[in-house]
Design a binder for this molecule. Structure first.
Ligand code: ADP
Ligand code: GLC
Length: 487
């Protein structure tokens, strides 16, 4: 007999295509579809931002409001309903005071000062919307600090609530560096009892930490690659949380993210100029031509086109690109970048493009369509991150034949194998010490292999023929949910 299907509510501060700033949005938009394919009754909950209005999936008001106490006020939440492909219901929590803004988390490099209130509101809205909709999940699957108080509420303010008596919580870490740490006065705004503000509770170096809430109060923890699950238990990658993670190491699992190949497959992608696949690569040539035209590059036909699609933050190893770019541009490579983030990085790339207009182009901003076109037109994708919980761009790069050159950390380590010319095995290039000379060694190898057309095609095809879909990881999550409920 097959096990009973579970009710799962996945809570995330971003869900593609409603709103996205990075990989969390991709995952929150695709894992639920895969869980649904396994037969689970899965729903998703996320804030309704200003940008959500542009989502092609649309949404409609449910005619149900919730009241959420935040500090002394009772804040209204308006519930809207939509569906992901495969029919997964999505609840959008509307509150214009908190969410009707130009960005999701902040502007001009500064986070919105009321982020604690915005996500206190969201965490409680997750629970209150269960009451409003009558959907009481077996599993609350929470993601990153913005949902860190959900497990805390369930074990405190809602502990005696019969509606949630059976519910268990999973907290997934997508990026340990973003922790949601705020002055202790926010405990009152969250209506959390003062005794929770202690070292084995929510206190983290004198602040209230949403991330720590998730780590301490969730029944089980996951993160998005096996290697990152180990790294975060060390001081080097633990951002101060490594001790807590070591103390919970039996409850911590590393499941690699899956890619949504309905969105990211060059064979069917409607956003790229010409479709192609591993057997017939001619369309990729056309994509490269169009990409060069888009960036107004005049590169020789035989020159490789390097590329990068990234948040421009120190995490992404931008300083290594800054130190090495002149060198590989001098070696004849082209380069295109799409990204946004820290102004110093944005300026660097704009200047580089100004200095080398025939060879180098940079577009600052967020552009989903162009991200696909760069994967399709690029020959080599840089992901030299300082740390990388999973990383999705290298997984997309593999499928599009934009060969990843990565630093071997976190999910990059788990997805990329060094290409071996002798055996023709491997799908990319790796280096480890965070130093320019090691990145340059990898680039040198790539440049020389690129000249050997057949070898390069083997390398591309090795990656294009791989599958990092959800089949495997969704099953791992599903088994974990059952395990948790059987306790
Ligand atoms: P992270 O979540 O740390 O930013 P990931 O590699 O997991 O890194 O996911 C990044 C996601 O965001 C990918 O889908 C990538 O295509 C997308 N992305 C990053 N920067 C941009 C941008 N400027 N425009 C469009 N998409 C972007
Ligand atoms: C985070 C990480 C990234 C990961 C993504 C989705 O933003 O930085 O490595 O792929 O979350 O899990």
């Amino acid at each position: 007999m097959s096990p009973p299907k579970l009710k799962i509510l996945l809570a995330s501060s971003e869900v593609y295509p409603f709103a996205k700033t990075g990989g969390l949005g991709d995952i929150a938009g695709s894992l639920p579809k895969a869980l649904r394919q396994l037969g689970h009754e899965v729903r998703v909950i996320t804030p309704k931002y200003k940008v959500t209005a542009k989502c092609p999936l649309g949404f409609r008001p449910m005619g149900r409001d919730i009241d959420v106490p935040v500090g002394p006020a009772l804040k209204k939440g308006f519930l809207y309903e939509s569906r992901l492909a495969e029919g997964v219901p999505v609840y959008l929590v509307g509150n214009d005071e908190y969410y009707h803004r130009d960005e999701l988390y902040g502007e001009q490099g500064r986070e919105y000062p009321d982020n604690p209130e915005r996500f206190i509101f969201f965490c409680r809205a997750v629970l209150e919307s269960c009451k409003a909709t009558g959907f009481f999940p077996d599993i609350f699957h929470c993601n990153d600090w913005q949902t860190g108080l959900v497990p805390v509420y369930l074990k405190t303010l809602y502990a005696q609530d019969p509606d949630f008596a059976r519910a268990r919580t999973i907290f997934s870490i997508h990026n340990l560096a973003f922790q949601g740490n705020y002055p202790p006065a926010r405990m009152t705004a969250a209506h959390l009892p003062p005794h929770l503000f202690r070292v084995d509770g929510l206190e983290f170096y004198g602040n209230l930490s949403f991330m720590k809430g998730g780590l301490m109060f969730a029944d089980l923890l996951t993160t998005v690659s096996k290697t990152y699950s180990k790294e975060i238990q060390t001081p080097e990658f633990g951002f101060g949380m490594d001790g807590i993670l070591r103390s919970r190491s039996k409850d911590l699992y590393g499941f690699l993210n899956g890619a949504d190949y309905e969105e990211w497959d060059p064979e069917t992608d409607p956003l790229i100029p010409e479709n192609y696949n591993a057997k017939n690569l001619s369309g990729k040539q056309e994509c490269k031509r169009e990409l060069k035209a888009r960036f107004k590059l005049s590169l020789p036909e035989e020159a490789p086109l390097f590329c990068m699609v990234s948040r421009l933050s120190a995490q992404k190893g931008i300083s290594l690109i800054m130190e090495s770019a002149e060198k590989w541009l001098a070696d004849g490579a082209g380069f295109v970048l799409l990204g946004s983030g820290e102004p110093r990085f944005e300026e660097f790339f704009l200047n580089l493009a100004r200095k080398h207009p025939a060879q180098c182009g940079a577009i600052i901003g967020y552009n989903e369509e162009l991200a696909h076109q760069i994967m399709a037109g690029g020959d080599l994708l840089f992901v030299p991150s300082q740390y990388e919980p999973c990383g999705l761009t290298q997984i997309y790069g593999l499928k599009y034949g934009a060969v990843p050159l990565v630093r071997s950390v976190g999910g990059l380590q788990d997805t990329i194998q060094e290409f071996q010319s002798a055996s023709g095995s491997g799908n990319g290039f790796k280096f480890r010490p965070y130093e320019n000379k090691y990145l340059l060694q990898a680039v040198k190898k790539a440049l020389s292999l690129y000249k050997q057309k057949n070898t390069w095609r083997t390398l591309m095809r090795n990656g294009m023929n791989q599958s990092f879909g959800w089949d495997h990881s969704a099953g791992q999550y599903s088994r974990l949910y059952y395990k948790l409920l059987s306790h």
